[in-house]
Design a protein around this ligand. Structure first.
Ligand code: ZN
Length: 233
């Protein structure tokens, strides 16, 4: 039987998934993390994951017993079959179909399907993902309806009762910082600011008040705007 106390967090090492990890650690007795290597240009985000995990339990020693295994799945096949600005040296721009060139078709659908398979093996009832409809970068697989439909499809197809949680679905980036502050105070905010990674180009050499990044790509832009709105309110 799946455990109601166990959650798998889709953990890329970005601001959103780091906040989701804190959210889950605050809520469940046992939390495991899951990351994907899919040939992303900003694979540096994967290196931030272990640093973030360690920093979180040193900031909150009471989470130490809750934080379980880390899993990394090799989905390099996704990078091989998708032609996008996240997986190729291509310009980050809007495509003719109205979707940004950073959109990797099927990415979140595949991630959540693999997370569900892992959840069954790990006896976890809960899957937590940081997708967000509020400033979702135009990614259709981040929409609330997509996630709800996928939950139904996965449970029908696997005879399970898994729950897909999206604690950030209706939050903007400033509200996501506020959520982190509510969970772990300014120490958690500072930790996520410094150790999480958002920049699409993988830049961790330029430090801004909102964290590391190139400062010019759409992910940096979103993060900078969210931070400035968070600190000004
Ligand atoms: Zn950037």
């Amino acid at each position: 039987m799946p455990s109601d106390d166990t959650a798998i967090v889709l953990f890329s090492g970005g601001q959103d998934s780091a906040t989701c990890l804190a959210w889950a650690l605050n809520r469940y007795a046992h939390v495991e993390t899951l990351g994907f290597a899919y040939g992303q240009r900003h694979a540096i985000e994967l290196e931030c994951r272990e640093t973030l995990r360690r920093a979180m339990i040193s900031a909150r020693p009471d989470w130490q017993d809750r934080l379980g295994e880390d899993h990394t799945l090799d989905l390099s096949v996704l990078g091989q079959i998708s032609d996008t600005a996240l997986t190729r040296e291509a310009a980050i721009e809007m495509n003719e179909n109205g979707l940004p060139s950073t959109f990797v078709p099927g990415r979140n659908l595949l991630f959540l399907s693999f997370a569900a398979t892992l959840a069954v093996r790990r006896n976890a009832r809960h899957i937590v993902t940081g997708v967000c409809e509020t400033d979702y970068s135009g990614y259709p697989d981040c929409r609330d309806d997509t996630i709800k439909a996928l939950q139904v499809a996965l449970n029908l197809g696997m005879e399970t009762r898994l729950v897909l949680h999206t604690p950030l679905m209706w939050l903007d980036k400033a509200e996501t910082w506020r959520l982190a502050e509510r969970i772990g105070g300014s120490a958690l905010v500072k930790l996520i600011n410094r150790e999480s990674h958002s920049c699409y180009l993988g830049d961790r050499t330029h430090l801004h008040e909102w964290g590391y990044g190139c400062g010019a790509c759409p992910a940096c832009d979103l993060r900078a705007k969210g931070w400035s709105s968070y600190v000004s309110t």
